[in-house]
Design a protein around this ligand. Structure first.
Ligand code: FRU
Length: 535
């Protein structure tokens, strides 16, 4: 959120003013204008399978947990306007991480006391004592942001509070008698607690963003927290304030080796401007997180290692309490960017999530990294598959022509073989001549995505003024792409999720064709186009 990001005061009040003036549901004079664009917006822009609230503003995913066969997604929510405002926790559930059902609002703010980002955990042994009935209590911890104090120029306006649920997360009580569970120690940006059970050291742990670093805490009962250490000052990217961390252990794929991962969002200063999410890999001894030496070198060379190079994957964290029998690390992010989130051309709602992703920790030689891919549950929505063994040619190859497949709900997989030192540009286009391009520059070794001609872009100077780039380690011989397409988003997973680019767009008509062009011969193989039956 902008007003807490050390931005000039003038900017902060601009945000507040726009929140105050933005009430599309109550102002009669606006009704006609809103309803005309509203129906266009519904048809053109409401995603087919990415979660959006029915109405209002959303930003970060919060407090995700799994219980009793259901995945819960809570999120930063302002129901009464389409810009950031008094923060609530919205709520949605899903049995498969793909189709979401909106629920009543989970946690409401009190006057001037906004409910900022945080996390929730299923307290299986009722260590908190907050379980009062037969059901396992769910404990949420969030930042209580005191707007009145902030306006008063105090710095201690953020503290950590608890709310709990005794009905599997459908209704919540604030822990009035015990809050705050962590007081503000005199730090201006002190927020977004993410807690989890640390089975290795038999303790609850919490990671919290504190300006230019994270703080780690431990607890026996989720109510009393003891400060352990901090991490991150002068490590990784610091172009903006750190927000929404997540900290957990993971098994290295195919081994029994355990490493610890810190996911760390920051705004601005992301990989391609504005909001972005970096990560770190290392070890945790129960008190201190130490960066793996190899990873430390990489962080220095690359300045930061990014979970996603696109402009639109922010504040993402992982699910709590995924059953051991499943064992996956499941992640979801907010598919927008503070650079323009409040200006994107939707009116009834603003903001959506990324596709839920599975994150894996892999080791190549002695180098650790994360890969991410869409959760496998998406596959059950495949209604039609078109396969082509290979396509070869020079110039421009059309491989999805209008009418063949609905590209507003599709997953397209393909490999590029025998790449030369050239650029291979994929073009998503419509009959209005609008296009979104992406691909690989194999001379200068990077992936790219360019939405400058993708339709509506002028709502913000920052939306399409730069091409998104993700550096590759040298020249590529073969390249594998998976792209997930919805009405307003492309999620590009390169080489099994080694590099990811997530971007939103607002074309004036849906994109209907996909082609590729290059000066060199193009060899496209293993083309599999999956149509999804979902909305
Ligand atoms: C990240 C963030 C968090 C904060 C929330 C407020 O997008 O700024 O740091 O808790 O949004 O809505």
């Amino acid at each position: 959120m902008k007003s807490k990001k050390h931005l000039p005061l003038a900017f902060c009040s601009a945000v507040l003013l726009s929140i105050g003036s933005c009430k599309p549901y109550s102002a009669a004079a606006q009704t006609t204008a809103v309803s005309v664009s509203a129906s266009v917006e519904e048809q053109l822009y409401r995603p087919n399978f990415h979660y959006t609230p029915k109405k209002g503003w959303m930003n970060d995913p919060n407090g995700m947990f799994y219980a009793d066969g259901q995945y819960h997604l809570l999120y930063q929510y302002y129901p009464d306007g389409n810009k950031w405002g008094p923060m609530h926790w919205g709520h949605a559930i899903s049995i498969d991480l793909i189709k979401w059902e909106e629920q009543p609002i989970a946690i409401y703010p009190d006057k001037d006391k906004y409910i900022f980002s945080g996390s929730a955990t299923v307290d299986i042994n009722n260590t908190s004592g907050l379980g009062t009935g037969k059901m396992t209590p769910i404990v949420a911890i969030y930042t209580l942001h005191d707007m009145a104090k902030e306006k008063d120029n105090k710095i201690d306006f953020e503290q950590q509070d608890i709310a709990y649920s005794n009905d599997n997360g459908f209704t919540w009580q604030k822990f009035e008698e015990g809050n705050p569970v962590i007081k503000n120690p005199g730090i201006r940006d002190f927020r977004d607690p993410k807690m989890s059970w640390d089975g290795m050291h038999k303790q609850w742990i919490m990671v919290l963003a504190a300006q230019d670093r994270v703080q780690l805490y431990k607890s026996k009962n989720l109510k009393n927290w003891e400060y352990l250490s901090d991490f991150g000052k002068n490590i990784g990217a610091h172009g903006g304030v750190w927000e929404c961390p997540d900290f957990f252990q993971m098994k290295v794929e195919g081994t029994n080796e355990i490493k610890w991962v810190l996911i760390q969002s920051l705004n601005p200063g992301g990989a391609n401007g504005g909001s972005g999410t970096q990560y770190f890999i290392g070890d945790f001894d129960g008190t201190t997180f130490t960066l793996d030496s190899n990873f430390a070198k990489r962080t220095e060379q690359e300045k930061a290692v990014w979970l996603d190079y696109g402009k639109d994957n922010y504040a993402g964290v992982t699910w709590n309490n995924v059953p051991n029998s499943d064992g996956r690390k499941l992640f979801i992010g907010w598919m927008s960017n503070w650079d323009y989130a409040q200006q994107v051309p939707t009116f009834i709602w603003r903001g959506s999530t990324t596709i839920a992703r599975e994150i894996k920790l892999v080791k190549k030689g002695s180098a650790y990294s994360l890969i991410s891919n869409p959760v496998k549950e998406i596959d059950k929505y495949i209604s039609k598959t078109i396969k082509e063994k290979s396509l070869k040619g020079k110039g421009k190859l059309d491989f999805v022509t209008a009418g063949k497949i609905d590209l507003t709900k599709a997953i397209v997989n393909f490999d590029l073989k025998n790449l030369k030192q050239d650029t291979y540009t994929f073009i998503l286009s419509n009959t209005l001549g609008e296009s979104l391009t992406f691909g690989i520059n194999n001379s200068d070794h990077y992936l790219f995505a360019d939405r400058s001609k993708s339709g509506k872009t002028d709502f913000s100077e920052k939306f399409a003024s730069t091409v998104t780039k993700a550096a590759l380690e040298g020249e590529q011989k073969d390249a594998a792409f998976k792209i997930v397409l919805d009405k307003t988003s492309i999620e590009l997973f390169y080489n099994n999720g080694e590099k990811v680019i997530t971007e939103i767009f607002f074309s004036n008509q849906p994109f209907t064709s996909l082609s590729v062009s290059s000066n060199q011969e193009i060899e496209l193989s293993n083309l599999v186009i999956n149509q999804l039956n979902i909305n």
